[in-house]
Design a protein around this ligand. Structure first.
Ligand code: ZN
Length: 186
């Protein structure tokens, strides 16, 4: 099921997500929903807080840009090693239409549980996967890419997001008004 993506700023995006005790069917359903939501929005990564679920769960699929990659489910992901520096122009499904350069580690080693709760490790270096892992794990700490920017840039983006939310609310109200009405006196 495609879920609604929360737009920044929103308190739920600032919360620190809680670890998952057990990867059960509920968690797998959530992972499926998250992947579906990410693909529907043409994204390459999604963290649970972005659909208003405060748990340490992320999905990543950078294969549109890096064809040798595939969908990765990460539960309770943790960066256990980070090396070097790189700059990448990032966007975020919770900050639509915006993209800015962010400095990240060039190489990361991440430990997590997979779709079946089995521990695994993933190493990514100098590619979009390395960036996506850091970006999504940031979400679990209540940090968005805009938090890495200057306050001036962040405030400009905040204003544009406010406008976008107002526009969406107005569009939704308009859609309700235009909807056909069925009335019956019974
Ligand atoms: Zn994001």
């Amino acid at each position: 099921m495609v879920r609604e993506i929360v737009i920044w700023p929103d308190p739920v995006l600032k919360e620190i997500a809680t670890p998952v005790d057990r990867v059960d069917d509920d968690v797998r359903r959530l992972l499926d929903d998250m992947a579906e939501t990410m693909y529907a929005a043409d994204g390459v990564g999604l963290a649970a807080p972005q659909i208003a679920v405060g748990r340490r769960i992320i999905v990543i699929d950078v294969s549109p840009r890096e064809p040798d990659q595939k969908l990765i489910h990460l539960v309770n992901p943790e960066i256990v090693e980070a090396e070097g520096k790189t700059v990448y122009t990032e966007g975020c499904l919770s900050v639509p239409g915006e993209a800015e350069e962010v400095e990240r580690a060039n190489k990361v080693r991440v430990r997590a549980l997979d779709y079946f709760g089995k521990p695994f490790e993933i190493v990514a270096e100098g590619d979009l996967l390395a960036i996506a892992l850091q970006h999504e794990i940031d979400h679990l700490q209540g940090t968005l890419f805009v938090d890495h920017l200057s306050s001036l840039k962040r405030e400009l983006i905040r204003k544009r997001m406010k406008k976008l939310k107002q526009q969406r609310a107005a569009d939704a109200a308009e859609a309700v008004k235009r909807a056909p009405r069925h009335e019956s006196a019974l």
